[in-house]
Every structure is written in C-alpha cells, then in structure tokens.
Write a protein that binds this ligand. Structure first.
Ligand SMILES: C[S@@+](CC[C@H](N)C(=O)[O-])C[C@H]1O[C@@H](n2cnc3c(N)ncnc32)[C@H](O)[C@@H]1O
Length: 209
C-alpha cells in the first residue's frame, strides 16, 4: 500500500508517527471493546486500518477523499465500511447518513474554528448517549500554517461540546503532530444527552479550514 507522506497532498496526509498511533490505539482501547461500533470522522492517519488488523469488527470511515477510502476498502477487503461525504454539508443542515448508536468517534479534524466543531458535531450526532469521542485539538501551532490561536480554538470547541450535550472528560496531551508541525492534544469527550449539536454556532465556510 502506498502511503502519502512529506509534501502534503491536497486532502489527506496518510502520515502518523509510530508512537502517536500507539497512543491513539491505547486511548481507543480504554473507551470501547473490539465489537463496539466506531466512526472515524476523517481518517487520513489510517487508524481504522490499524484497528481492523487488531481485530476490531465494526468500523466506519467517513471522508471526502475517495483515494483514501479506496485504500481503506482495498486493504480491509471491504470490512471497514466507508462513506464519501463532504462535511461542509452541515452549512446546509445535512448530516451524513450514519447510525446514531456509535460507541466512539475518532477524528483529527481541519483546525479551522468551524472544521473542528463540524467534525466534532457530526461525531457527537453519531453517538449513543454515554458514547465517547476522541478529537484532536491544536495546542501548539506551527508558524507556517493558518492555524489560529490554540487557546481560542479550544475555548470555542469546549463551548460547542457543552452546548451540544457533551462534556470534556480529559485530554491525552500532545498525542498528535500534523504534517505541518502543529501539535495537538486528543480530547476525550462524553455524550450526556440526545441534544442536537449546535451547528448554528458555526461562522461559515470561510472558517472551516
Ligand atoms: C482534515 S484532515 C487532517 C487534519 C489535520 N488536523 C492536519 O491539519 O493535518 C483529516 C481528514 O479529513 C478529511 N477531510 C477534509 N475536509 C473534509 C470535508 N470537508 N469533509 C469530509 N472529510 C474531510 C481529509 O480527507 C482527511 O482524511
């Protein structure tokens, strides 16, 4: 399987270092069993494939990158479900057609204020009450990127989670580094109510990436 690395292509990066993946899998193991339904809201780290090879049985990946989805489908022999969807559809009030009983969503979203919240909201909408989310949120930006102030992004995201019926349980510190050097914490979120995510708080497509 070819892995896109280094100079980042237009969409997915296909690159994660070994220890970041180990930490991510350990975080996932603490939230779910191998039979629980897990949704990946974007998956250019190919964590879904890692879990598939570890024996996880109920995995779905949602992404707009058809090449990424083809790699995952091929490598898993079709056993990881894939769904092509552009999440900017939330601006038109459209959510992807996925079950609402996932035990966990996992996402390293675009780091625009709306990308973070849209990916988080779609993940939360797909959870059953009591389900968990693992979501990357920047803590240290690389100067060459357009990524905004990490404290402001974290404050927006936390308000969104609370308003959408969830709670922030904790963070795995410095659990991800993007191709452009931005370092992220992985937030652990728990869904407490059936409330609909507050997509009305989003600013507009200019704030997605
Ligand atoms: C946003 S990217 C990686 C972001 C990471 N935080 C970074 O800055 O390097 C994560 C995944 O989201 C997918 N993605 C990007 N925009 C999307 C959109 N509008 N709808 C659905 N998936 C999207 C990409 O294809 C990729 O697989």
């Amino acid at each position: 399987m070819s892995l896109r690395v280094g100079d980042k292509p237009a969409i997915g990066a296909y690159a994660i270092d070994f220890w970041s993946m180990v930490r991510r899998i350990r975080a996932i193991e603490r939230c779910v069993s191998q039979r629980d339904p897990i949704l990946f809201v974007g998956d250019d780290d190919l964590a879904s494939l890692a879990l598939h090879f570890l024996g996880y049985k109920n995995l779905t990946v949602l992404d707009l990158d058809v090449e990424l989805l083809a790699v995952i489908e091929r490598a898993s022999g079709g056993r990881v479900r894939s769904l092509e969807h552009d999440l900017r559809s939330v601006y038109r009030g459209r959510l992807p057609k996925v079950a609402r009983d996932h035990a966990l969503f996992v996402s390293d979203p675009p780091y625009g204020p709306d990308g973070l919240r849209a990916f988080c909201g779609v993940g939360m909408a797909a959870l059953g009450v009591g389900g968990h989310g693992l979501l990357a949120c920047p803590v240290e930006r690389a100067p060459v990127t357009r990524v905004g102030d990490p404290d402001e992004l974290a404050a927006l995201l936390q308000a969104f989670v609370l308003e959408s019926g969830g709670v922030l349980l904790g963070v795995h510190e410095r659990a991800a580094r993007s191709y452009h050097g931005t370092v992220s914490n992985f937030w652990v979120i728990k869904k407490l109510t059936r409330r609909r995510p507050r997509f009305d708080l989003l600013k507009g497509p200019h704030a997605f990436y």
